[in-house]
Unconditional design. Structure first.
Lengths: 330, 276
């Protein structure tokens, strides 16, 4: 991890810089409901950044907003997203399409349904190249074989002629990863790419992502609810709670010195093999929905350390090292 | 392929019915070459004759060879069926995909219009269309084709909507695919299978409808032979010469039956759940 070729360069300009992102859901007869509030995050070159949070904390919607794939009735109402000299939120549909798949690609969540069942795998993996360039078909095929080889699919030449159902779950996710890599995009969004897979396959995919980062120099924004995964993979981590980033820092900072009570709760509730505790720690209560108005800190109703001053919302304060937490206690 | 390796569950039905369908199609296609007599030649010496060695299916009230007429009629029925199914599936698929792709108001208007067409009984609708277009076999094809449009439109729309909710479609958008390519390269390949199955079944229904229209005097005009008008003519002689109606009736039955089975077989072949 300390290998300079692999470690991210945080002195240079960030590859992606999101500032003050607010995403709103329009509910009929109720006005806009914020899904995320004031989210700011950075991804540097060659960095694997983790975005973690419970279901419904707004992590996937952030990824979708970056590539203009927000569903109807959900829109970006404030914020900027600087990526290679442009604001992604200001791009029109046509310009956005040129970015998708070519400069920012997505490894989807649902590997088992993300390939078209009636089309050959080889054809599909080459599709980003076909869509974005005029490469002749023979050349595309060659690149597809290389890509499949790159993600460790054995006998890639023959496998291009398979249909998705002839691939195992792990192989489908590998094929999708190959597809995301095909245009050599500088940024790859991985939206819980391993949730549909079993644990041993998960490990292989994570290994592959690390390998690809050092080989291709691409940055990854890795979205997950699984703290264990993020801890082994990511360089830096953003912890989300109810549409806000509550803590951010390097992996070591977050895991050895968690500041926000929510992060502490999350780390405490990861099951461990050698754990003497009779019961697994849990965080009481449940995550507030987008429409739920909470005065002050949004974690206050569930927080074991809540105090009187928590009725006023704290800001995300960063210490010298860049480790930041949105809590009065730190 | 060894017989033991053959996947009967998947390919059995098609393997069984395809030869029958091919025989029917070839017979119809080569009709002028293989018929023993001209279907129009009268021979008053042999009127209403039962099956003999020279007239395998007997003769009708004007002494025409029933077998020759049945074979010639197959030609007409199959042409009508093919053209009608082509019209229906082509227009229906376009309507269905447009409705699913645009959704909202476009979807509502198109599909409610399809519902209106759908709610007429097929024969009644055909009769209305023929009354307006005039009685000719060409108009029969058109009328039957129009009747099929709503069925194909609904089927296509349903499949396209299912496909649109799948994550591979979102993945396609994610890789920057333009809209027309999504329709032609992602949605259409998924629609073709079900449309093909529906087409085989619709074909047999088209043959049946054409016969019904001809029976009612709205399709093929005498002396042009058609199974429908042959059955109709035979009605008057059902006591003395049942073969005049029975022969075209049997031909109709076998054609419809084998195309229906072919449709079922195609469904098995195209069903991804019955994998080898």
């Amino acid at each position: 991890m300390t290998d300079p070729a692999v470690s991210p360069n945080r002195d240079a300009e960030p590859l992606l810089e999101v500032e003050g992102l607010r995403i709103e859901l329009t509910v009929r007869g109720r006005g806009p409901v914020p899904i995320t509030r004031d989210v700011s995050l950075r991804v540097y070159q060659k960095e694997i950044v983790g975005l973690i949070g419970e279901s419904g904390s707004g992590k996937s919607v952030i990824a979708k907003s970056l590539i203009g794939m927000l569903p109807r009735r959900i829109r970006v109402s404030a914020g900027t997203s600087r990526f290679q000299g442009r604001d992604l939120f200001a791009l029109n549909a046509h310009a956005m399409r040129a970015v998708r798949g070519a400069e920012i690609s997505l490894i989807p969540q649902d590997a088992l349904h993300a390939l078209n069942p009636v089309k050959l795998v080889g054809k599909q993996v080459g599709e980003p190249i076909e869509v974005h360039t005029d490469t002749p078909a023979v050349e595309v095929h060659k690149q597809v074989v290389q890509l499949l080889n790159r993600v460790h699919i054995s006998d890639p030449e023959a496998r291009t002629q398979d249909y998705p159902h002839q691939f195992s779950g792990g192989m489908q996710q590998r094929a999708l990863t190959a597809m995301a890599l095909s245009m050599k995009p500088p940024l790859i969004l991985a939206d819980e790419p391993t949730t549909a897979l079993d644990v041993t396959i998960q490990g292989e995919i994570l290994k592959l992502i690390r390998e690809l980062r050092s080989d291709t120099g691409a940055s990854f924004l890795f979205i997950s609810h699984d703290l264990g995964l993020v801890s082994s993979l990511c360089d830096r981590i953003y912890v989300m709670y109810a549409g806000e980033i509550v803590e951010s820092g390097t992996r070591d900072e977050i895991f050895s010195n968690p500041r926000h009570p929510y992060t502490r709760g999350l780390i405490g509730s990861v099951p461990r093999l050698r754990n003497n505790a009779a019961r697994l720690l849990t965080i009481p209560g449940r995550i507030p929905g987008p429409g739920d108005e909470i005065e002050g800190c949004r974690f206050r109703p569930r927080c074991p350390m809540a105090e009187g001053r928590c009725i006023v919302s704290p800001s995300l304060e960063a210490s010298k090292g860049g480790h930041a937490a949105k809590c009065w206690l730190f | 392929m060894l017989m033991t390796d053959f996947n009967w569950r998947r390919y059995g039905l098609v393997a069984g019915t395809a030869p029958v369908v091919v025989i029917i199609l070839v017979t119809a296609g080569l009709a002028p070459l293989i018929v023993p007599y001209s279907p129009y030649d009268l021979d008053v010496m042999v009127m209403l004759q039962g099956p003999t060695a020279s007239h395998l299916m007997g003769t009708d009230e004007l002494g025409r060879d029933v077998l020759s007429r049945v074979i010639h009629a197959a030609r007409l029925s199959i042409t009508v069926g093919l053209v009608a199914v082509l019209i229906g599936s082509f227009c229906g698929t376009i309507v269905g995909i447009i409705a699913a792709h645009f959704g909202g108001l476009v979807d509502a208007i198109l599909m409610r219009f399809m519902d209106i067409v759908f709610c007429f009984p097929a024969i009644l609708l055909a009769v209305i269309l023929m009354a307006n277009l005039g009685t000719s076999i060409l108009n029969a094809m058109l009328a039957i084709g129009i009747i099929f449009i709503p069925g194909f439109a609904r089927l296509t729309r349903a499949v396209a909507q299912t496909v649109q909710r799948q994550s591979f479609l979102e993945a396609a958008i994610c890789l920057g695919m333009p809209g027309y390519r999504i329709v032609f390269r992602e949605i259409l390949p998924n629609v073709i299978g079900p449309v093909l199955v529906e087409a085989a079944v619709a074909f047999s229904y088209a043959v049946l409808l054409e016969s019904a229209l001809s029976f009612l005097g709205l399709g093929a005009q005498p002396p042009e032979p058609s199974w429908g008008n042959m059955i109709n003519t035979g009605r008057g002689f059902i006591d003395q010469a049942p073969w005049i109606s029975l022969a075209p009736g049997a031909a109709l039955f076998f054609t419809v039956f084998s195309f229906n089975l072919l449709g079922d077989g195609l469904r098995d072949v195209l069903d991804p759940k019955l994998n080898d």
